[in-house]
Design a protein around this ligand. Structure first.
Ligand SMILES: *Cc1c(COP(=O)(O)O)cnc(C)c1O
Length: 419
């Protein structure tokens, strides 16, 4: 059974002050995950997590992670501006973008961010955009093909398709890019790769690390470039379903250490710093979408209509993603009612759950939709004039802080031309 990090009593008190729907985040959970991550990689002195801003672009969340020692991974101008306003600078910012406009390279360079180039053609583009090549630079690698791990009778533990992904450079381009960057004045090099998303396996990071470490050794031999950092990017997943086992970040860190000691240390590269750009792993379990039941409709199916919709959480509509639902106050009742839980958008995919067995639901019940702390509010939109909800932080002392107000119709109207 998946547990909520708030009780019904707490939620009713919060909802009396801040109307549903809202996204609620859990400060102590976020801090705990950050600390576990840092403990898992404490063997690597230069290690740093660059939180993927796109997952939860809220200044208070970013500041909280900053207190835990994290930097930020940005991929757009606005994300860079948010990082700047939150006080991140220099080595605390990774800029891993693709199809990048010139003005974004300009701001990234101004902030002293580490720029991670997605393509070999971005070398002259970057030089034209900012007038020079930074001394510290990174390149994104895409080995192509398919990436699989842990084959068993049930299939693969991890399977993804880098060969179909738009990101990164080929192996040959990586060598060429390093040579060119060195000629243009780069002195400190890094490599980055993101081969699979939301992996539920303690083997993903170690396998990716081994690929990147071997590639780093080869690149050093081929080009003489000084590789000082290797970026494992995001992709460590969370169990959205209650029966799925969670990743063990301690084991993941140990697996990466083993690869580091087997590959990098013997090659004389035992001073390479590691970075990660985790988003989902850091935040997803520490946020939930809280919504109230407005209607029950019985036609060919039994529909529960809630006051949140896909504009507040797009993942189920977009990917058919599973998000666990707890009917607050009915945790101990049998799940013997089959429901579709729907929002109000004029789109039939606006369903948080389809054919879900839940306890009997009553109008007015509060539902907690789990694991929305990453790629939840962040992917919000305003279709049908359904506006983005507020974001609240349940702080370590038990109090609740509004960290983003709900949008109002005036916000929605503000960009339109009326006369
Ligand atoms: C989305 C993204 C991440 C974060 O991915 P998660 O799956 O949330 O960990 C990290 N790096 C880059 C470049 C990304 O695009």
């Amino acid at each position: 059974m998946k547990k909520t990090f708030v009780t019904l009593e707490q939620l009713e008190r919060i909802a009396a002050q801040y109307p549903t729907p809202f996204h609620l985040y859990h400060e102590s959970g976020i801090r705990q995950t950050a600390r576990e991550l840092y403990r898992a990689f404490s063997w690597n002195p230069g290690y740093r997590e660059y939180f993927a801003v796109k997952a939860t672009p809220n200044p208070q969340i970013l500041k909280l992670l900053k207190e835990e020692g994290c930097g930020v991974d940005c991929s757009s101008l606005t994300e860079l501006m948010m990082a700047q306003r939150c006080g991140f600078s220099g080595d605390e910012i990774m800029f891993s973008s693709n199809d990048t406009p010139a003005e974004e390279f300009v701001l990234a360079a101004q902030l002293g961010a580490t720029i991670n180039l997605d393509d070999i053609s971005h070398i002259p583009f970057l030089k034209d955009s900012i007038g020079y090549i930074p001394k510290k630079i990174s390149c994104r690698y895409n080995p192509g093909g398919t990436f699989t791990l842990g084959e068993s009778e049930e299939g693969f533990q991890v399977m993804d398709n880098p060969g179909q992904a738009k990101y990164g450079m080929t192996r040959a381009q990586l060598t060429q890019a390093f040579r060119t960057l060195k000629e243009l004045g780069a002195e400190e090099f890094g490599i980055h790769a993101f081969l699979a998303s939301n992996t539920l396996s303690n083997e993903y990071y170690p396998a990716l690390a081994a690929i990147l470490f071997r590639t780093a050794v080869e690149l050093t031999e081929e080009t003489g470039c000084h590789i000082t950092f290797i970026n494992l990017s995001g992709g460590v997943g969370v169990p959205y379903r209650p029966e799925q086992p969670a990743n063990d970040i301690g084991l993941i860190g140990e697996g990466v250490r083993k690869a580091y000691e087997e590959i990098l240390v013997p090659a004389g590269m035992g001073d390479v710093s590691l970075c990660t750009e985790l988003g989902r792993f850091m935040l997803a379990p520490h946020g939930c979408l809280v919504t109230r039941v407005l209607h029950e409709k019985k036609t060919y199916k039994d529909y529960i209509g809630v006051d949140a919709c896909a504009a507040n959480l797009m993942r189920p509509a977009m990917y058919g993603a599973y998000h666990h639902i707890t009917v607050m106050g009915r945790e101990n009742e049998p799940c013997d009612h089959l429901y579709d839980v729907t929002g109000s958008l004029c789109e039939n995919n606006d369903k948080f759950a389809v054919d879900r067995l839940l306890p009997e639901i009553h109008i007015g019940d509060l539902l907690v939709i789990h694991d929305t702390g990453a790629h939840g509010h962040a992917m919000g939109y305003q279709y049908n004039g359904r506006l983005r909800s507020s974001e609240l932080l349940l702080q370590s002392d038990g109090s609740v802080r509004l960290i983003r107000r709900a949008e109002t119709p005036e916000d929605y109207f503000a960009t339109a031309v009326w006369d």
